[in-house]
Design a binder for this molecule. Structure first.
Ligand code: MF3
Ligand code: CO
Ligand code: CO
Length: 257
């Protein structure tokens, strides 16, 4: 199935790239407030990445025009930073992928813009717990299907829906490698997990129905029904014991600072 396992030396560099991704998310979080344009997040991420000796993988990737994906409310993923102004009550996903010394790490978080309403708070809670539920299935002998099953049963049990068109992916040597990691599926199905695999888990969770459409910019995926979508992503290494996140950030602390 074309999965390229990572050795100890590979993992060390991906871990460094991953720490930079998380540091960048922290920097972005400190700048999120009502009134900023999403373009300002792009400038921040671009300059910080370069300053750290890394390259922002999204820039010119398959023609993507910016250095980071910024997706607000009904935008599911691949939002292009620009003139949209964040307002109080919005949620915004920021998806960061630095290339450091030739290695990729991929991570994203959804932030609140000012104090959230109850629906935004619940959706972001479910999205964060969905990533946690998926990660909890990662250990040798479990399968890719076990990850998707855990996420789907949890998220749907909370009355949310799971996007099908975009999936987690192998990462490290390139931006998107084998295997694909769907956030839905069946227990015990799919490829068995083996130590040295590195892939993302990045469930996109919708408050309404799962259906999406792509805007005329050919990138931005939005919910068909206009309800909000939230996402958290980490880059995960399969270890002998279970897993290690190479982009570690807190998934069980308080949702609001
Ligand atoms: N970071 C996204 C992912 O998690 C991919 C973005 S592709 C881009 O896989 F071109 F939009 F940057
Ligand atoms: Co990804
Ligand atoms: Co990503």
């Amino acid at each position: 199935h074309g999965i390229r396992l990572k050795g100890k030396a590979d993992v060390e560099v991906i871990r460094k790239a991953g720490r930079l991704a998380v540091e960048t998310l922290d920097l972005v979080e400190s700048h999120i407030r009502p009134g900023i344009r999403t373009e300002e997040i792009n400038t921040l991420v671009h300059e910080f990445t370069i300053q750290k000796g890394a390259v922002p993988a999204p820039l010119h990737y398959r023609g993507f025009p910016k250095s980071v994906c910024v997706s607000v409310n009904e935008e599911i993923c691949h939002g292009i930073p620009g003139e949209r102004i964040l307002k109080e009550g919005d949620i915004v996903n920021v998806d960061i992928t630095p290339i450091l010394d030739g290695y990729y790490a991929d991570a994203s978080k959804t932030f609140f813009v000012g104090p959230p309403g109850p629906e935004a708070l619940n959706l972001v809670r479910v999205a964060r717990n969905s990533l946690w539920a998926g990660m909890g299935m990662v250990r040798p002998g479990n399968t890719i299907g076990d990850i998707g099953y855990a996420i789907q049963t949890y998220a749907e049990g909370e009355g949310c829906s799971v996007v099908r068109e975009f999936v987690g992916h192998g990462v490290g040597f390139e931006f998107h490698e084998a295997p694909q990691v769907p956030h839905y599926g069946q227990k015990g199905k799919g490829i068995p997990l083996v130590p040295g695999m590195v892939f993302t888990i990045e469930p996109m969770i919708n408050a309404g129905k799962k259906d999406l459409q792509i805007l005329s910019d050919n990138w931005t995926a939005v919910t068909k029904d206009g309800f909000s979508s939230a996402q958290f992503e980490q880059t995960i290494l399969v270890t002998e014991e279970g897993f290690e996140s190479l982009t570690p950030f807190d998934l069980d602390g308080p949702l609001m600072p």
